[in-house]
Design a protein around this ligand. Structure first.
Ligand SMILES: C[S@@+](CC[C@H](N)C(=O)[O-])C[C@H]1O[C@@H](n2cnc3c(N)ncnc32)[C@H](O)[C@@H]1O
Length: 221
């Protein structure tokens, strides 16, 4: 017998009281067929997508600053990409990046079905390298790659973000493990270092939103 699917796999937990967490998710409007299918696929295959509560934050952030150029680092099957793509201003583009071409192929099919193909540019390879090759400044850079690389991402981002743009990072509370003082593993230490440096940076005004696994929103000064 295979293990039963945990439909809440992508919710993480551990940050807020479980009943409050349930409330935050139960109150959400239903998603369209494509996003709902992606959530089900993520649960089944244990793909760590941001989920709908965070997806809505992305939509709001992009809409609030009328973002037209978004660079996404670590896009997997394209779930978060679709939330960004649906929020961007007319003529805007979201750059999808992932190291795994199989993810990109799955994402491409989802983008077609979600009606966002013309708003997304797919790139495969190392997101850090792909971002360093960019000549333009972005309205939003979203960071969701391997956690050990977060400190490197922070060094790369400032010149590539416009003043008033947003640097958004997922998993900054790391299921609560960021509070560990001793015996923290390499990924936890990288996130701790990243959070400290982000708040200390003269380039950004930062807030951590304690939703799902923690989302850092940093406004470029
Ligand atoms: C947490 S998942 C992304 C989930 C996605 N943002 C969402 O919410 O729908 C992280 C993804 O980043 C990719 N990844 C990790 N490190 C990377 C890197 N340095 N460059 C490109 N992709 C990377 C992995 O292949 C994986 O698909």
């Amino acid at each position: 017998m295979p293990d039963p699917i945990d439909v809440n796999h992508w919710r993480m937990g551990g940050i807020t009281v479980p009943e409050v967490e349930d409330y935050v998710y139960n109150i959400l409007p239903a998603r369209d067929e494509v996003l709902a299918e992606m959530e089900a696929e993520a649960a089944k295959k244990k793909i760590p997508i941001v989920g709908p509560a965070v997806g809505r934050i992305f939509y709001q952030l992009a809409a609030m600053i009328e973002a037209r150029a978004i660079f996404e680092m670590g896009s997997a099957i394209g779930y978060s990409t679709i939330w960004w793509a649906r929020a961007i201003a007319a003529g805007g583009q979201v750059i999808y990046t992932d190291g795994d071409p199989r993810n990109a192929e799955r994402a491409r099919r989802y983008f077609e079905r979600a009606g966002v193909t013309s708003r997304v540019t797919l790139k495969t390879g190392d997101a850090l390298e792909l971002l360093s090759e960019e000549k333009q400044q972005f309205d939003i850079i979203f960071n969701d790659i391997d956690k050990e690389d977060y400190p490197r991402v922070l060094r790369l981002v400032p010149p590539r973000l416009r003043k008033g743009g947003l640097f958004v990072t997922d998993n900054v509370l790391w299921s609560g493990r960021v509070v560990q003082k001793k015996n923290a593993d390499a990924r936890t230490r990288a996130i701790q270092e990243f959070n400290r440096a982000l708040y200390a940076s003269p380039d950004f005004y930062t807030t951590i939103l304690p939703i799902r696994d923690g989302v850092a929103v940093a406004l470029k000064k």
